[in-house]
Design a protein around this ligand. Structure first.
Ligand code: GRG
Length: 297
């Protein structure tokens, strides 16, 4: 990554952490245990989705404050999904972001409520965003984008199919469809949220960002499968090798590791190619694609 993008990412991370601190209810406010658990669940994490929102904003020439609610909202939805995914009724995991999952640190009922409350907070933030220059129409559009990506036609739908497929071997096309929904929809929404905050945007630019989001989302998931095979729990901050142990259909299981890696690389290349329409302005998202491509957790 260029030093410019490293600095840019550090700045956006700092912005996001401050915005999240403002958005989350104080830990000692009624009901204190729930609020403390919400904050616990939100700590750590790579913050890739909010970074995508801000970096897409950079490419579009938007002021970052305009994107604070969208960046926070997408992270809150992501955290809620992780908290619920880790529950015994779903993936039943003890480790997340390098420490006990929320239901282990608190209890199952609290973890369910943490997810519920984080989801509600995400939409409350978008609805109440008073950033100068952001119209009510743009806020409604953002709410619709996030709701669609998070709901049964997006992430929750993908999760439902994933749970249904547990003891079945999926074809590559089935696996791809599952992940386009489960992981890809929220990642793609990050780009769409930034587009919704832009006042003027041509179809070619909107479609380019959408294509980038789609490719990055799928590549990210393939990498996740590869890291589950190659990584270790300490670096990943979650249980490694779970997919293989549970006989899950994954990209490495269907394609073999080298082909799965090659497929991810191909998608990263397609993501980069999609941004040609932006010329030199695409640099923040081009560098970010490389940043994700070389991740080890
Ligand atoms: C329970 C409604 C519901 C949905 C769950 C996203 C999801 C759907 C489950 C997570 C399962 C999983 C491990 C998916 C693989 C891709 C993924 C979302 C990884 C975690 O995202 P990172 O690596 O996590 O960005 P951090 O902790 O860095 O934010």
């Amino acid at each position: 990554m260029t030093t410019d993008v490293v600095r840019r990412i550090a700045g956006h991370r700092e912005r996001l952490e401050a915005a999240l601190q403002r958005a989350l209810p104080p830990h000692d406010h009624y009901p204190a245990r729930l609020h403390e658990a919400m904050r616990y669940a939100c700590e750590g994490g790579k913050r890739l989705r909010p970074l995508l929102v801000y970096l897409a904003g950079d490419v579009l020439g938007l002021d970052s404050p305009r994107l604070d609610s969208a960046a926070c909202a997408v992270e809150l939805i992501h955290v809620y999904s992780l908290v619920h995914d880790d529950l015994p009724a779903m993936d039943d995991d003890d480790l997340r972001r390098g420490r006990p999952t929320t239901h282990k640190a608190y209890d199952e009922a609290t973890a369910i409520l943490v997810g519920d409350a984080l989801q509600a907070l995400a939409f409350q933030l978008l609805a109440g965003d008073a950033s100068p220059g952001l119209s009510a129409e743009q806020r409604v559009r953002m709410i619709a984008i996030l709701a669609e990506a998070a709901g049964s036609r997006g992430m929750v739908g993908g999760q439902a199919v994933d749970l249904d497929s547990e003891h079945r071997h999926l074809t590559l096309a089935e696996l791809e469809a599952l992940h386009i929904h489960k992981t890809g929809a929220l990642i793609r929404a990050c780009l769409r949220l930034a587009c919704a905050a832009a006042d003027r945007l041509g179809d070619a630019e909107r479609e380019a960002l959408d294509r980038y989001g789609k490719c990055i989302g799928l590549a990210f998931q393939i990498q996740d499968d590869v890291l589950d095979v190659e990584g270790n729990s300490a670096t990943l901050g979650k249980t490694a090798g779970k997919d293989t142990a549970s006989g899950k259909s994954t990209y490495p299981a269907i394609l073999g590791l080298p082909t799965a890696r090659a497929r991810a690389d191909e998608l990263f290349a397609q993501a980069r190619a999609a941004l040609q329409v932006f010329g030199a302005r695409a640099a923040p998202l081009l560098d970010f694609a490389d940043h994700i491509r070389t991740r080890d957790r």
